[in-house]
Design a protein around this ligand. Sequence first.
Ligand code: TRP
Length: 328
Amino acid sequence: MKTVFSGLKPTGEMTIGNYLGAIKHWPLSQSKDNRTIFFVPNSHALTVRQSPEDIKTRTLDLVAWLLTAGIEPSKSIILVQSMVPAHAELFWILDNYVTMGELSRMTQFKDKSQKLGPEGQLVGLFNYPVLMAADILLYDSNEVPVGEDQVQHVELTRDIANRFNKLYGETFVLPKATIPNYGGRVMSLDNPSVKMSKSDHPDSYVALGESAESVVNKFKRAVTDSDTQIRYNKSEKPAISNLMEIYAGFSGMSLEEIENKYEGIGYGEFKNDLGELTAEKLSSLQKDFEKYRSNEIGLMSIIEEGSQKASAIANKKLSEVKNKIGLL
Ligand code: TRP
């Protein structure tokens, strides 16, 4: 049996990038042979200032999106980080098995601290990969499906686990990041060299909750490459390749099938079809989302039950760790 574990931060509106690159793939690992655990790392959201109301709302939004994507509470454990205190406890312990140097080399921290310099950054932002390591290691996770930007953090998690195991004997399972073949990094619609992000210009991303009209318009305005062919080539044709990945993600077609379908057809028509396809998929997802999201009592009972199950697993691992290092 292997354990598959992942989560998504509730820091902003969800985009099609979060869906195609992450949560859409998670339900596929639900099977009798796997233990699947999905969580909302709401404590991670504290590294970005947002109102208490927003954190709460977005946490429940995310749980509803997980259910919409097909994660079933009867097959997977769904938990909320702050409801399982073992995450914070192991985090502190692991902080003492990782160096400032290692954390300084994390590209996400380097990118995020570039504007203001490291001096003014919150320690939480610096430390954040260690909390992530605690999340992963508490559950003996074998596979961690993530987007490309998180691979480095999973590798750091392996290093920390390995170091700890060498000092105290086998304690942690070494996790492996798994990334989708494509769709793992949906890029901005107005600049295919940066990742799609809700903190950029509204024209650059499509939110999961967006109206059909707005979706179609955004794809119409999406940048394309200089020639006219619908052909997948990430380095030579980054813009159209990105749009093709989105098309593949929503249609289930392969990139090759898309190339064949659009042979001799121009960008305009392709972008129009893509807009309509995406709008149609989103509208059906939005209906499911509303159904789950409007039942807040139902959502709370799912996460209470999930967090209880998770605590049982996590507390066992935490006790083992505390025992080994001499904490009463
Ligand atoms: N760091 C991830 C992100 O920003 C979220 C996350 C936190 C996570 N802990 C995790 C993902 C553990 C996978 C496993 O999206």
